[in-house]
Design a protein around this ligand. Structure first.
Ligand code: 2M8
Length: 455
């Protein structure tokens, strides 16, 4: 029987393991310099070049890093993001900085046209969302640097975090089974994961003729390390379809070509309820409804997205009703749910420890984002193989929650070593640890600080 020791937001002290102590002071200085350089008055850009605005789940991870350096920025980061929350409760995946030109990022504010939409804020945003890791991050950051000011900020954020959950669990429950659906791969945060290949294949691209727009990402990063032009054509087509309906969610099941229940997105939604229960207790609100909702989401996730034949979680494509076949790192992420049944925890441990992902107490290579043994594993291409800090951090939290500190430590160390060798890159080659994407990426720096605080 697996010992359960509480929600993922309550880090379990990591016992000493038999590896030589290392001096990480240079690494801490690098992480601090990266975050300082990316700070933009009230939020932090993920990268000055590739992503010069505010991104939703980036801000959540970045807020954790600021708790180690300047806790007031934790609250500024989250507060500025939630100031752009739409009236329906959605937290937009990009909040555009008005002083940055429209051409600096594609698709920019003109393309999204959010300010024409009733219920959207005055500040231009995208119309999509990202995994709701914010309650978990807010609670984690608060626990890292508790203060009266922090508690007051938590109190102000709480109703907004609740509204975010309400939006997802009502308007986005398109399958009617208690899970939220994503309407675009960008909403998963793992944009070009092989998990989306099957549902994306049927998205018509004629509305987004390649060449009708200019990709900015491949000006700043190698095209071979980014999504393909065909991926972008489909991304653009999906935004165009959602935008044409005013970003409304009514009747999406009848008209939208991409509707998927994602294991990470829904695990984040469940973990958010557990974190909200902790926050509620801290600020004198009732944790009970959050505990009940967390339990319901976990049950729905296991019922809908766990496949006993593969022993892992898969996204469910609502257009076909089927689970998508790829075995990606998304399948491991429900381990962040504190009340995940022991059977699924054991299955995740088996999948993670297999040659597909290589999780171990001592890991020569960091955790990949896709099955290393799969024919479509691409070690350089973004979310189709490379290793990422935020996924490492989330899965480590889950391993601690479910009583596996040595595995958690092995996972963290493999990623720390990659950053120590390559720098605060956006992602890392899963075989060599070489740095890929942006060389000064904020969530890598932020979560590195959090890992080092326990190492
Ligand atoms: C990536 O996604 C954006 C679109 O949202 C892009 O490729 O332009 C993803 O890695 C996503 O998870 C991340 O939040 C964003 C900013 O770092 O970049």
């Amino acid at each position: 029987m697996v010992e359960r020791v509480g929600p993922p937001v309550e880090p379990v002290p990591t016992p000493a393991v038999d590896r030589p102590p290392r001096d990480y002071s240079g690494l801490v200085a690098l992480a601090r310099a990266t975050l300082e350089a990316n700070w933009a008055q009230e939020h932090t850009v993920p990268s000055r070049t590739l992503y010069p605005h505010q991104w939703s789940w980036d801000s959540a991870f970045i807020a954790i890093g600021w708790a180690h350096l300047r806790p007031e920025r934790t609250w500024s980061e989250l507060t500025s993001l939630f100031e752009a929350q739409w009236r329906d409760g959605r937290v937009p995946h990009i909040v555009f900085n008005p002083v940055v030109s429209d051409e600096a990022y594609f698709p920019g504010p003109r393309f999204w046209g959010s300010t024409l939409i009733e219920g959207a804020p005055a500040r231009a945003t995208s119309g999509l969302v990202q995994p709701p890791v914010h309650a978990l991050a807010a609670w984690h950051a608060y626990r890292r640097a508790p203060s009266e000011r922090g508690r007051a900020a938590l109190g102000r954020l709480y109703p907004r975090l609740v509204a975010q959950q309400h939006y997802l669990s009502s308007r986005r429950d398109l399958g009617g089974a208690g899970l939220a659906s994503i309407v675009h791969p960008w909403e998963s945060g793992l944009d070009n994961s092989p998990a989306w290949d099957e549902p994306l294949a049927v998205v018509p691209t004629e509305e987004a003729v390649p060449g009708a727009y200019r990709r900015r990402d491949i000006v700043h990063a190698a095209a071979a390390h980014r999504p393909t032009d065909l991926d972008y054509a489909r991304y653009v087509a999906l935004v165009t379809a959602y935008r044409a309906g005013g970003y409304r969610d009514e009747d999406l099941a009848d008209r939208h070509p991409f509707l998927v229940e994602c294991p990470l997105f829904n695990a984040a939604m469940g973990a958010a309820e557990s974190a909200l229960a902790q926050i509620a207790r801290e600020i004198g609100a009732d944790p009970g409804p959050h505990h009940r909702r967390a339990a319901r989401i976990t049950t729905a996730l296991v019922d809908r997205l766990y496949d006993p034949r593969t022993g892992t979680f898969h996204p469910r494509d609502l257009r076909t009703g089927r689970l998508t076949p790829a075995r990606t790192v998304l399948g491991l992420t429900p381990v962040i749910l504190p009340d995940l049944p022991a059977e699924q925890v054991e299955a995740i441990l088996a999948e993670a420890g297999s040659s597909r992902f290589g999780l171990a107490a001592r890991m020569a290579r960091p955790l990949p984002s896709h099955d290393r043994t799969a024919a479509d594993f691409e070690p350089l291409r973004y979310w189709r193989g490379p290793s990422w800090m935020n996924i490492t951090w989330l899965i480590r939290c889950g391993l601690l929650t479910h009583g596996h500190p040595r595995l958690a430590d092995g996972l963290a160390t493999s990623m720390i070593e990659a950053v120590a060798t390559a720098g605060c890159h956006e992602y890392f080659h899963p075989e060599t640890g070489a740095g890929l994407g942006s060389p000064a990426f904020s969530w890598t720096a932020a979560l590195l600080l959090d890992l080092l605080a326990e190492t």
